[in-house]
Design a protein around this ligand. Structure first.
Ligand SMILES: Nc1ncnc2c1ncn2[C@@H]1O[C@H](COP(=O)(O)OP(=O)(O)OP(=O)(O)O)[C@@H](O)[C@H]1O
Length: 363
């Protein structure tokens, strides 16, 4: 790729340089990793039955410098939450209420136009589901990198290319070769690493990864997860990772948020949540994981099916149809998230759990 050689200009103050120094570390002046506070986030989709909530008042605090996993069955709202963090929910969806405060950015939901486009990339790096297939097949990776740089007002494109190469090399790839390649010349795992590079090369400090290892073989998956963890640490990121795979979450994340029916039902340190799940849904999810050792018949699928937007109860607890602990109050009243120490659980049956803590405290 030779375009950057033609583009060596000095960088006026206030424009973005590629940001990374060789080895993939962020600029020394990049500041601490951002914290994120999602409050009462409601997202609706227009359906033949009217507008129905895919997120029903989600509150979640993501501590700076952590890797938080979002887990839950298909349709629980994981991707909708990830998109909301970028203020990127598209019609027929709409953010109907709430806020997403990111340190250094303010409420992302209030950003519009150029401000929002600038924030995506510079502050918020993202790798969407099926990123392996989201590169433009007609352009080399390097050309797409330059497009990204130009669209974000990067003046020193040569530095951007250097940073991209350093990041790719950091992830075990031949940077120059990858930048010269088209999508079809790269394997799924290579494309996924390209996706991570494009998410981080503008020096974003909040990384949002939606199913970053789906459709990859086990070995490549393990490599990508290791890279995510290492790059997260080296660059001082705050990372949110959506996955339906509890094994992946266990391996990579520090904290885990479990979603069901558009709500966060449990949130806490990953090892605590997996080691001693409190919400009956989390317990069911963990029981449903087949074990490599012991009796495989012990893995019991969660009975019933997750709700769709059309079958989601409009009042009471969204999990009650499948819940072994169902009580009368669950029919009429939605349980509020209750925090005790590091753990937050939204379940009427676990409310004694909350006796020492304030009811309704946010996750
Ligand atoms: N464009 C859309 N139009 C209508 N409904 C939608 C749309 N996108 C998502 N939904 C619905 O919103 C709910 C949440 O979907 P979302 O994709 O956020 O869940 P998810 O947990 O990420 O699922 P998956 O693991 O399958 O990606 C689901 O009931 C889904 O059917």
């Amino acid at each position: 790729m030779n375009a950057p050689r033609l583009l060596r200009r000095s960088r006026p103050a206030g424009t973005v340089s590629g940001g990374a120094v060789p080895g993939g570390a962020p600029r020394p002046d990049a500041g601490p990793p951002p914290g994120v506070r999602v409050r009462d986030l409601t997202v609706v989709y227009k359906t033949p039955l009217g507008e129905l909530p895919a997120l029903g008042g989600v509150s979640l605090t993501i501590d700076p410098g952590t890797i938080t996993g979002i887990v839950g069955e298909s349709g629980s709202g994981k991707s909708t939450l990830a998109l909301s963090l970028l203020n990127a929910v598209q019609p027929p969806g709409r953010i109907a209420g709430g806020s997403v405060e990111v340190d250094g950015l303010g409420d992302v939901l209030k950003l519009k136009g150029d401000e929002l486009r600038g924030a995506r990339g510079r502050h918020l790096g993202y790798v969407f589901q099926a990123a392996q297939n989201s590169l433009n097949p007609l352009k080399t990776v390097g050309k797409q990198l330059l497009d990204l740089g130009r669209s974000h007002g990067v003046d020193d494109l040569a530095a951007l290319v250097r940073d991209a190469r350093a990041l790719l090399e950091r992830m075990g790839l031949d940077g120059a070769r990858v930048l010269d390649s088209h999508q079809h010349e790269l394997s799924g795992g290579m494309r996924q690493r390209v996706g991570i590079m494009l998410a981080l090369v503008l020096n974003a400090r909040l990384a949002i990864l939606d199913e970053p290892t789906t459709a990859l073989d086990m070995i490549t998956q393990a490599t990508i997860l290791r890279i995510v963890r290492e790059v997260h640490k080296e660059r001082g990121l705050t990372t949110l990772m959506v996955t339906h795979d509890i094994g992946v979450a266990a391996e990579v994340t520090d904290r885990l948020a479990v979603m069901y029916g558009g709500r966060v039902v449990e949130h806490g340190p990953t090892m605590d949540v997996l080691g001693a799940p409190s919400h009956p849904y989390t317990q069911g999810l963990i029981r449903a994981i087949p074990r490599l050792s012991g009796d495989p018949a012990e893995a019991r699928a969660l009975p019933g099916r997750p709700p769709t937007l059309g079958t989601l109860p409009t009042q009471g607890c969204v999990f009650r149809e499948r819940c072994p602990l169902r009580m009368e109050v669950c029919e009429t009243s939605a349980p509020l998230p209750v925090r005790r120490e590091e753990r937050t659980v939204a379940c009427h049956a676990r409310e004694p759990y909350a006796s020492a803590a304030g009811r309704g405290e946010h996750a």
